[in-house]
Design a protein. Structure first.
Length: 435
């Protein structure tokens, strides 16, 4: 019995080893790129981006049957993904082939003389004339490009036409911020609803308005520019909308990406909100009851200011730990830099493409879920403002600066009211200098 038991155990071990060996060969064949598909790993924090990349893989495999790809995607919470990626790059192991990095975090990944990201100049330089280079420059260092954005991120105003019509406000006559505030007072008086909502724990309500006037939280050299006169004046104007003019309320949940906010806004509780064009996807996905009620128009302007700015952004990068960097680079070029891929950022995601030659393509005016929701004049609105889109001052301290703007400045001024705009901005500048 003992010998039989030993024999059986030996056979089990041998079979397990054989099975493991077969598994290793299969994975090796898939990863080699010869014959079977090459397995690539992709990390993101946005489910919508996963869908876009899945479609890009299908298109790639149809065009390149000899170089097929299998994309294994992990969708993590925002902070977890960025922290996990940074640790993997710093340790030199465990990073995926591709990853998304949000613009507010990007500077953390290109520190030092040898970032853990693959340089992309050979797929960017040949098509520079067709790209909004201000957006590409956000992900560059020393003339080298390390990431490709999904969109331009043009800042626009989303108006609830049903509420504004009820208040007797003509949306198309709102041109300046004075017009907007006056219209807001009329909306409140006639409907009892606020004109807009203001973020108190994020920066999307304040930061675009600073940029539209040519200002930023950093200067061109990457030093603090928090407490300049334009920023102080802008923050005061936003605070006044809440507590003096009383045309706005704090966003439920503190920001425009909270589930509490989406549920509240979905009930038609505010007449407008300003966010980048990529926020269209949030309306379609999380606020279905507003379909047919929301229209998109250019932002109100400041005297001498711009009609829009490029806000937000997420760059797809290739890590130097990828064993298939050249294949991944070719895939990324077709997925996001080709005209076809750029058009799909619109048709699939509702994002404004980073390629200029995509804007005149018939596909941009064809019906889709976004034209069904917002109307057919979305892209004509973009074409009227996109010339104002430029580069942000995203220096090495940009992630820290944006965090200070969100957690210290906006919260203390717009939520707690514990500091004046000037006090909060000066304190943020001092905190940034100390970092």
């Amino acid at each position: 019995m003992k010998k039989s038991w030993v024999y059986v155990l030996s056979m089990v071990v041998l079979l397990a080893v054989a099975a493991a060996g077969c598994g290793q060969k299969k994975e090796s064949a898939q990863s080699s790129g010869d014959g079977d598909a090459t397995v690539l790993n992709f990390w993101t924090f946005q489910e919508l981006h996963k869908g876009f990349m899945d479609d890009a893989v299908s298109t790639w495999n149809e065009k390149h049957p000899d170089k097929k790809i299998i994309l294994k995607t992990d969708v993590y919470p925002y902070d977890e993904q960025h922290n996990k990626l940074l640790i993997a790059l710093q340790s030199g192991t465990g990073a995926p082939d591709l990853a998304d990095i949000e613009i507010g975090k990007f500077a953390n990944y290109i520190k030092g003389s040898k970032p853990g990201l693959v340089e992309l100049n050979d797929i960017v330089d040949p098509i520079k004339d067709n790209l909004i280079m201000g957006r590409m420059d956000n992900y560059a260092k020393d003339g080298k490009y390390y990431g490709v954005d999904y969109h331009v991120g043009a800042e626009v105003m989303y108006y609830n036409k049903e509420i504004l019509d009820q208040a007797g406000v003509d949306i198309n006559k709102i041109v300046t911020w004075d017009d907007y505030i006056a219209a807001g007072k009329q909306v409140v008086a006639k409907t009892g609803k606020p004109m807009t909502t203001i973020e108190t724990t994020e920066h999307w309500s304040v930061y675009p308005l600073m940029n539209m006037q040519g200002s930023d939280v950093l200067d061109k050299d990457g030093n603090s520019s928090f407490d300049n006169a334009t920023n102080i004046k802008t923050l005061q104007m936003v605070k006044d909308m809440l507590y003096k003019d009383k045309i706005a309320v704090p966003a439920p949940g503190g920001y425009h990406h909270s589930e509490e906010y989406w549920a509240w806004m979905n009930k038609g509780n505010a007449a407008s909100v300003w966010m980048p064009m990529w926020y269209m996807g949030r309306f379609v996905q999380y606020m279905p009851e507003l379909k047919g009620k929301i229209v998109i128009r250019p932002m109100p302007v400041f005297a001498g200011g711009k009609r829009s700015v490029g806000m937000g952004g997420t760059a797809t990068v290739i890590t130097t730990q990828s064993k298939h960097a050249e294949l991944v680079k070719q895939f990324l070029a077709e997925a996001k830099l080709s005209k076809e891929g750029s058009i799909k950022t619109w048709t699939l995601l509702g994002f404004d493409p980073i390629r200029k030659d995509a804007w005149s393509d018939p596909a941009m005016s064809a019906p889709n879920k976004y034209t069904d929701y917002f109307g057919t004049d979305i892209f004509s609105t973009l074409q009227s403002i996109v010339a104002d889109i430029g580069q942000l001052n995203v220096g090495a301290k940009y992630p820290a600066a944006i965090s200070l703007l969100q957690k210290n400045v906006c919260f203390r001024v717009l939520k707690e009211q514990s500091q004046s705009p000037e006090e909060a901005l000066k304190a943020a500048g001092e905190d940034l200098k100390a970092q």
